[in-house]
Design a protein around this ligand. Structure first.
Ligand code: BV8
Length: 231
């Protein structure tokens, strides 16, 4: 990781690009479309109110699909760093897959929720969930049939933002991996880091919308550039 003597606290932001080589489509691939719908038009509370079956189908398909995927060397490299790093380290992921955790990472924060959780809008409890939701199964806690994907939709507040900004304020290094920098507030973290005088590094397949904000960008597939950075 080069000269890391003065680095104690690291915040790492990951996006869909870190899971691309595990076979999970990014949002920008296929032009960000699903069944000819723009993702931004399906991943919203309005879409869920208007056509719940469409949204349930979208998430049931993705929830089933990620369970057949495996972490790639980028996820494993971050997990090794997490295990070895004695200072503070936080992996803030925009991804709703569980590949960071399955690779062995522990200090992971899912700011956009998780595919493998269901949120009951009656009792407000979030339960681990692997199956489909389209058949309106009963909530394991209150038995009501009010389960939705525990995923943060567009227009909804991401999870644990206070914790994320707190970690950024303490950080000496901010690393962004596999994200287009298209979606806020995650896309704004690098600007927050710059304002705080923190060193910033981008690891991405190509230039992103945020590249101009980073001290350094290393371009290439995550399965190569992330292990090379961690080494
Ligand atoms: C909020 C869960 C406020 C759902 C997701 C105008 C300006 C600024 C902001 C807005 C605006 N209009 C609306 C907004 C707000 C909106 C937003 O940012 N919209 C965008 C479209 C402009 N944001 C929100 O709504 C957020 N909430 O702002 O709340 C608020 C305030 C008060 C009260 C209430 C609310 C909520 C956003 C969360 C939405 N949910 N995910 C689901 O997954 O189905 S976002 C979803 O899209 C992902 O989680 C991810 O965050 C985002 C896609 O981004 P990426 O991960 O970067 O993926 P992408 O495909 O774009 O890029 C992949 C990158 O990887 C590329 O750069 C590619 O080059 C690279 N890559 C590809 N292969 C590889 C690779 N890199 C390395 N190796 C490879 N092999």
């Amino acid at each position: 990781m080069g000269d890391m003597t003065e680095i104690r606290n690291i915040v790492i932001l990951t996006g869909a690009g870190i899971s691309a080589e595990s076979g999970i489509d990014t949002f920008r691939s296929a032009g960000g479309l699903w069944e000819q719908h723009r993702v931004e038009d399906v991943a919203t509370p309005e879409a869920f109110a208007r056509d719940p079956d469409l949204v349930y189908r979208f998430y049931d398909m993705r929830r089933a699909s990620i369970q057949e995927k495996l972490p790639n060397p980028a996820h494993f490299a971050l997990a090794e760093l997490d295990a070895a790093w004695r200072g503070n380290l936080l992996i803030v992921t925009q991804n709703v897959d569980d590949l960071h955790t399955r690779a062995g990472a522990r200090r992971v924060l899912h700011m956009h929720g998780e595919h493998l959780k269901a949120w009951c809008t009656s009792c407000d409890v979030r339960s681990h969930w692997r199956g489909p939701l389209i058949d309106r199964p009963p909530c394991p806690i209150c038995q009501s049939r009010s389960l939705r994907p525990d995923v943060v939709w567009f227009g909804e507040m991401p999870y644990r933002m206070g914790e994320i900004y707190g970690a950024l304020r303490e950080a000496d290094l901010f690393v962004s991996i596999g994200t287009s920098g298209a979606v806020y507030p995650a896309a704004g973290f690098v600007q927050n880091a710059r304002e705080l005088g923190i060193r910033t590094l981008e690891l991405n397949l190509e230039e992103s919308q945020g590249s101009r904000w980073f001290h350094e960008s290393r371009l290439g597939p995550a399965s190569e550039v992330v292990p090379a950075w961690v080494a």
